[in-house]
Design a protein around this ligand. Structure first.
Ligand code: ATP
Ligand code: MG
Length: 151
């Protein structure tokens, strides 16, 4: 059934409000309401939740996270940008592998399992979407998710 993607994203961002306020992280949204996609809304909500959880978890306090949703041709493009530590170039191709965590010493205290992005990648694939990480050591991270618009 058709999914109003902007509304789904808004709901997820609002669910993270307490955590982001605690960390003094501002989540800025610029969402095109015309992005209607199709698929499993529970699974797609899990995708957005896992991506936002990472952006928040790996962002230093007082930083900004930008969430944008726009129509690109026949697709919806979601980007989540953070100003965190980034992902070293050699690790970027591996972050969607199960249990893969960059620099375990750095992230151990944050207590993740390394499954979040493996689940994201699987759900995105099922929806015939594309997932891309633009990042580098110390460069922040941009996650770009492209999903086909509902025809
Ligand atoms: P969880 O299963 O709780 O999500 P996790 O966050 O460690 O655990 P993933 O979400 O799969 O696992 O992410 C894998 C690794 O990729 C993380 O451990 C982290 O090192 C790196 N990573 C993911 N997103 C970011 C980000 N926005 N900034 C910096 N590093 C990131
Ligand atoms: Mg995670």
């Amino acid at each position: 059934e058709p999914i109003a993607f902007a509304q789904l994203i808004n709901d997820v961002v609002e669910a993270f409000e307490v955590i982001s306020e605690q960390r003094s992280v501002t989540i800025k949204r610029q969402l095109d309401e015309d992005c209607i996609i199709s698929g499993d809304s529970d699974r797609l909500e899990q995708v957005v939740r896992n991506l936002l959880d990472n952006a928040l978890r790996y962002s230093p306090p007082h930083e900004t996270i930008d969430v944008t949703l726009a129509v690109r041709g026949a697709s919806a493009e979601l980007t989540i940008s953070d100003n965190g530590p980034g992902i070293p170039k050699q690790d970027v191709p591996h972050v969607t592998e199960r249990f893969y965590r960059v620099n375990k010493a750095r992230t151990r205290k944050d207590g993740g399992t390394g499954l979040g992005l493996a689940i994201v990648a699987q759900i995105v694939k099922k929806h015939r979407g594309e997932l891309e990480f633009v990042s580098g050591e110390g460069a922040g991270t941009i996650v770009r998710l492209v999903l086909p618009l509902e025809m």
